[in-house]
Design a protein around this ligand. Structure first.
Ligand code: DX5
Ligand code: ZN
Length: 226
């Protein structure tokens, strides 16, 4: 089974974004953390900047919205060309309608869970999404410690996927590095966001290859297919 490595440009140099996007051109998606200083205590960028990121990125965009009032803003990111847009269930009124709007213009729709939000809260609507994001840190900042206690949630989503037979990517975000990616892959994740573990090294492209190799080796589904 395919594993995806999505470096988070939150750890890139914001004044050299084009250069830092080129450094991760062997990754699957560039993970773009949109933060508004309301839903999370940090502030990054909005539609105008992400439009320029889209124009200069050699790889597809995986937008992670950490803003208030996501139903109002999410579609704009799909419209500017982001290939994937992930909403936080804690900041949406009608996630199913917003997902449908995102999908209607050809983008993938994701649904994210903060560490305190159980999978049970979204189990009934998960089939309306292409990706479930299990946060492995409190959203807001890069460089935090991976929360291993979220692995039970990754397993729950993986069980749900196996039982329902739907195609669903399972993403983890926060504190993912060459060690913790093993735990996440073993729990059933297939899509891995890594900020500091990629941009904190001298050779981001090599870090991506290394993470991909470890994730493949520890992926359940690959074992099953052998
Ligand atoms: C945190 C962001 C993450 C962050 C991950 O709120 O959603 O995408 O960039 O950074 P690391 O990999 O350094 O934990
Ligand atoms: Zn993120």
């Amino acid at each position: 089974m395919t594993v995806r490595i999505n470096p988070s440009i939150l750890s890139a140099d914001f004044a050299n974004m084009e250069r830092d996007l080129a450094r991760i051109d062997n990754a699957d998606f560039a993970h773009v953390d949109v933060m508004d200083n309301h839903f999370v205590p940090n502030l990054t960028f909005g539609l105008q900047m992400v439009e320029r990121i889209k124009a200069t990125s050699p790889i597809p965009l995986d937008v992670h919205l950490m803003i208030a009032d996501q139903d109002r803003w999410a579609l704009g990111y799909a419209e500017l060309g982001a290939e994937s847009v992930t909403l936080h269930v804690e900041a949406t009124i009608d996630p199913v309608a917003t997902s449908a709007a995102i999908r209607a213009i050809g983008a993938r729709a994701g649904l994210a869970l903060k560490p305190g939000t159980p999978f049970a809260a979204i189990e009934g609507i998960a089939h309306h999404f292409d990706q479930i994001l299990v946060m492995t840190v409190e959203p807001g900042f890069g460089g935090q410690k991976f929360m291993s206690d979220q692995m039970h949630k990754v397993r729950e989503v993986a069980d749900f996927r196996a039982k329902s037979g739907i195609e669903l990517w399972i993403q983890v975000d926060g504190g993912v590095d060459a060690l913790t990616i093993e735990f996440a892959a073993e729990a059933g994740a297939d899509t891995f966001v890594a900020g500091s573990a990629v941009y904190g090294t001298d050779n981001p492209a090599l870090a991506i290859e290394n993470l991909r190799k470890i994730a493949r080796e520890h992926s359940h589904h690959e074992e099953r297919n052998e």
